[in-house]
Design a binder for this molecule. Sequence first.
Ligand code: ADP
Length: 174
Amino acid sequence: MTKVIFPGSFDPIHFGHIDIAQRASRLFSEVVVAVYDKPIKTLLFLPEERIALVKEAMNGLPNVSVMGYRELTVSFARKVGAQAIVRGLRVFSDFEYEFRMALANKRLEPDIDVIALITDEQHTFLSSSTVKEIAALDGDVSSMVPDFVQRALQAKFKDLGDNQTVVPTSSLKD
Ligand code: ADP
């Protein structure tokens, strides 16, 4: 009986995250999707909004629950009795970051392991930032997020109006 957490900002949740959560739910007896309250990065959605979208996305997975947290990830894992932390790995550039985080977490809590699941090929490029940037420019994100997330993005950008500095632009505009 292995209980794991799948932590992240989920700003917002997309099909890459959902794929990792679904696969974790098949591998482990219990999965807690842990939505980090206040990461260092600037976020678009409030913690309660992100949690609500993740809950909707996890609907129908009986062994998956969703919780917000604000402490260290390893402390949260310990608090809920999880033996491991699941992370998703996309392109090679994720590896260095995840490798450093995994070693730091291991130093803090040697009993809690980090398990990385390789992304599905079709989600390799997918990130919340890309989704936000496309949605901010009124692009079609229907192949990247569930329809309720797409609606939440549209409503959020409508509310923000011209105040969209919260979404860092990279190159999709050029
Ligand atoms: P964080 O701020 O912790 O990186 P994210 O919400 O960006 O939070 O990501 C949460 C987890 O989901 C991370 O392990 C990340 O690598 C993974 N992830 C993000 N995008 C994808 C994707 N397209 N495919 C698989 N895993 C992904």
